[in-house]
Design a binder for this molecule. Structure first.
Ligand SMILES: NC(=O)c1ccc[n+]([C@@H]2O[C@H](COP(=O)([O-])OP(=O)(O)OC[C@H]3O[C@@H](n4cnc5c(N)ncnc54)[C@H](O)[C@@H]3O)[C@@H](O)[C@H]2O)c1
Length: 409
């Protein structure tokens, strides 16, 4: 696969390394900072072009990987819709729901795949949990929480765009804890009600929140809390804690660190103690999940993914070619491919149509994906400590994520 990267900042390096590991080629790149773009091009043997349009139209690009801030997403998708190239965008999908919807509609109408990087869906730990929960191993779910007590330095926030509503879409929730919100929604399901307190700029000089504490009720009746911050020095590994009537599971960083379930049977739980986390360093994140092109797999994996072998994939690939579809498998249908399955897909699908691949046992189907945390109304400061209170009721939108339907302070 030949990838065109737009935005050659910090995260694009992780993408390029992951692509290299799975045998993809970064052929073209651009950045509005020409020097950075050219440096990146030289490092990874790509051609530097001046504009994102050129990346999206380039004949040597099979799919586009957008690594810019979330205020720049729709424009490349519109060009990709014309050129029929699939596109992956970094998280969060956008700074606002309206643009996210436009992005999805544009991709849908054009029949291209739009993926959002949600790499933690590809950790062995969360894949195990998704299957175990679906199989009822934890019993009925009663509580599911995320704790993201991270720290980011003043230097991290020194660029005025960091933590801004306009460029980043908010602070600790949408930028850092977005992964845990995503994993909770994936594993537990939609949220029906939510109540939260937040503090705007509690520690940092930013306009959005660096501390948030929310309680929620999921549609399935379970309750939960989300605690997210970038103000908690020195920063601790993030945790997701899930409790069912039969026992408990804890994800710490990228690993399953506790699996305490009564009368359990089935695939052994991959419990580990060594974790990787971006708790105090945004780039101290594991590479492996990026090698499982998360973006193309992120949507709605509530059904346990299946591991597909060569024969099945070849069949699907042929069927797909015959029907000239842009999907492997049916919509809503996810497959995990083993190495040979992946090889089969590569062999059977004409170049330029396959959009995801992985070399360690998880390649998936192709689906539209969207995820966004809403930007609530700005909270008025209600107390001297600088805390703002925010009460909102959310309803779950049919695509994915929330719609803010009412907010009061
Ligand atoms: N999934 C993860 O774990 C993870 C980790 C870090 C960052 N991210 C996300 O990745 C995205 C980028 O973050 P980053 O830390 O790499 O930021 P960054 O500022 O280091 O890089 C962004 C790059 O995009 C370039 N750019 C901006 N607008 C452009 C345009 N119109 N055309 C071409 N280039 C343009 C900038 O010049 C910059 O070099 C953000 O959405 C962030 O949330 C995700």
């Amino acid at each position: 696969m030949r990838v065109g990267i737009i935005g050659t900042g910090a995260i694009s390096d992780k993408h390029a390394l992951a692509y290299r590991n799975i045998g993809y080629e970064v052929t073209v790149c651009t950045d509005i900072r020409e020097e950075a773009g050219r440096r990146f091009a030289e490092k990874y043997g790509a051609e530097y072009v001046r504009t994102y349009e050129e990346v999206c139209r380039h004949p040597k690009v099979d799919f586009v990987d957008l690594c810019t801030f979330p205020d720049f997403r729709l424009q490349p998708i519109e060009i990709c819709a014309e050129t029929k190239k699939h596109i992956q965008v970094q998280k969060p999908i956008s700074t606002n729901i309206e643009t996210a919807r436009k992005m999805i509609d544009t991709a849908k109408k054009a029949g291209i795949t739009l993926g959002v990087v949600s790499q933690h869906r590809f950790d062995d730990s969360s894949i195990f949990l998704s299957k175990a929960i679906a199989a009822g191993r934890m019993g009925k779910l009663i509580q599911a929480d995320a704790y993201v007590k991270w720290y980011r330095s003043a230097e991290y926030y020194s660029r005025p765009i960091k933590g801004s509503w306009a460029t980043e879409g908010g602070g600790a929730l949408i930028n850092q804890a977005v992964h845990q919100v995503d994993v909770l929604l994936w594993l537990i399901g939609p949220v029906k009600e939510l109540f939260a307190f937040w503090q705007l700029g509690a520690l940092h000089k930013i306009e959005s929140e660096d501390v948030i504490a929310a309680t929620m009720r999921y549609a399935n009746g379970a309750t939960g809390v989300i605690q997210a911050s970038t103000a908690m020095w020195p920063g601790y590994s993030e945790r997701i804690e899930i409790h069912g009537t039969k026992g408990s599971a804890v994800l710490t960083g990228d690993k399953l660190t506790a699996w305490d379930v009564q009368d359990d049977s089935g695939e052994p739980a991959p419990v580990e103690k060594e974790v990787m986390s971006g708790s105090s360093d945004p780039m101290a994140i594991p590479l492996t999940p990026f090698e499982r092109p998360a973006a193309f797999l992120t949507r709605n994996q509530r059904r346990p993914p299946r591991l597909a072998g060569v024969a099945e994939i070849a069949e699907l690939a042929l069927e797909r070619r015959q029907r000239n579809r842009h999907r492997i498998g049916r919509a809503g249908h996810h497959l995990l491919l083993d190495r040979s399955g992946f090889a089969a897909v590569v062999l059977h699908i004409p170049r330029g149509q396959l959009v995801a691949g992985e070399n360690r046992g998880a390649l998936g189907s192709v689906q539209l994906d969207a995820f966004a945390v809403p930007r609530p109304e700005r909270g008025r400061r209600l107390d001297d400590a600088g805390g703002a209170r925010f009460v909102a009721q959310h309803r779950v939108h049919d695509v994915f994520g929330f719609d803010l339907v009412q907010g009061r302070h």
